[in-house]
Ligand binder design. Structure first.
Ligand code: HEM
Length: 105
């Protein structure tokens, strides 16, 4: 069991109603997710974040992302991301592998 970006692509279908990744990905309901790892929370230009997200102090490492995506509202209290999360450890790893393939813009 490693990280499977192909599986992660299928899991990203749960995110894509609200998030885009890839070349010229636009902000949608949520911010675009290019170059996520290493990025500071709340830093995508032109996206109107909640105060909670802006003030979270998080930098999106794999560890921080894993905690957040399992329980978004638990990790960033007051976030406007209305999503229950991805609870399954393997699914989160696959999602990380998928997202890592997309560098900044
Ligand atoms: C924010 C990932 C599903 C709406 C975020 C952030 C991440 C993320 C990492 C923080 C971005 C940043 O700080 O720049 C994901 C992933 C998803 C998912 C991986 C699927 C597994 C969704 C869904 C929705 C959504 C389904 C809409 C129903 C939002 C919104 C924000 C956000 C509105 C901004 C939060 C705020 O400003 O408080 N998401 N998301 N996300 N997401 Fe998601």
């Amino acid at each position: 069991f490693g990280q499977d970006a192909e599986a992660g692509k299928r899991i990203f279908a749960r995110c894509s109603p609200c998030h885009a990744v890839g070349p010229n990905a636009p902000n949608k309901v949520g911010p675009e997710l290019n170059g996520l790892f290493g990025r500071k929370a709340g830093s995508v230009p032109g996206y109107a974040y909640s105060p909670a997200n802006l003030q979270s102090g998080i930098t999106w490492t794999e560890e921080e992302f894993t905690a957040y995506i399992k329980d978004p509202k638990g990790v960033i209290k007051g976030t406007k991301m209305s999503f229950a999360g991805v609870k399954n450890e393997q699914e989160v790893k696959d999602l990380v592998a998928f997202l890592k393939a997309f560098d900044a813009d």
